[in-house]
Ligand binder design. Structure first.
Ligand code: SF4
Ligand code: SF4
Length: 204
């Protein structure tokens, strides 16, 4: 799941500037789950934009904004898109890019894209993977230190954890404590003896 948060309305209006006759495209997967681009949020966005003096020509909710076959497939959902002078996508950056690739009119996004995460047991799990391109999560018991250790340490903890909490952010568990406990539980502490070579560091 791609984790997004909604931009403030003022920021969206500043982005749209003088654009009008807006068509809104939501996303019925990640953004709907996170309430940043499902049907209720799309309808609320229409209300807010019209209250701000903008004209919304229509809206559509494809299954995933990042997986759209063609402009015609959007027309099939709502032919009002043909009247649009711009499109506002309520999905992640990938959704905005995908819609941009099938239309000539300007495309804007209403969300900030934060990380690759997930959800389980009603809890949102953000920052679970930084898409490093060489997945070694299996060597860490299914818990990724590249994405979840602020120092991206691959060969053990920094030593600064207090009571199992990270020294960089005291509200987060030290991921290396989690990795150790998991490997112990699954009887794979032997994996801790693997030395991981430095990897390309991704600067935020
Ligand atoms: S190692 Fe971590 S950051 Fe890299 S692909 Fe696997 S889960 Fe994602
Ligand atoms: S305390 Fe743990 S999670 Fe935090 S920076 Fe150190 S090793 Fe990484």
């Amino acid at each position: 799941m791609i984790i997004t948060s909604a931009k403030p309305l003022e920021e969206i209006l500043a982005l749209l500037k003088d654009e009008d006759d807006i068509f809104i495209i939501g996303c019925n997967v990640c953004a709907a789950k996170l309430k940043t681009g499902g049907e209720p949020e799309v309808l609320e966005m229409i209300r807010q934009l019209e209250k701000s003096g903008k004209h919304v020509v229509g809206w559509a909710l494809p299954t995933a904004a990042c997986s759209v076959r063609s402009f015609d497939s959007l027309v099939q959902k709502n032919e009002k898109i043909k009247e649009a002078r711009c499109i506002l996508v309520m999905g992640c950056g990938s959704g905005v890019s995908t819609i941009s690739s099938v239309t000539e009119v300007p495309v804007f996004g209403s969300n900030d894209t934060l990380s690759l995460g997930g959800s389980s047991e009603g809890k949102l799990l953000s920052g679970q993977c930084i898409m490093c391109g060489k997945c070694t999560i299996g060597e860490f018991g299914g818990i990724c230190p590249k994405s979840r250790c602020p120092k991206e340490l691959l060969n053990g903890p920094c030593g600064g954890a207090v009571d199992g909490m990270c020294e960089v952010n005291r509200e987060n568990d030290c991921v290396w404590t989690l990795i150790y406990n998991r490997l112990k539980k699954i009887k794979r502490l032997d994996l801790l003896y693997t030395i991981h070579a430095p990897q390309e560091h991704i600067v935020d």
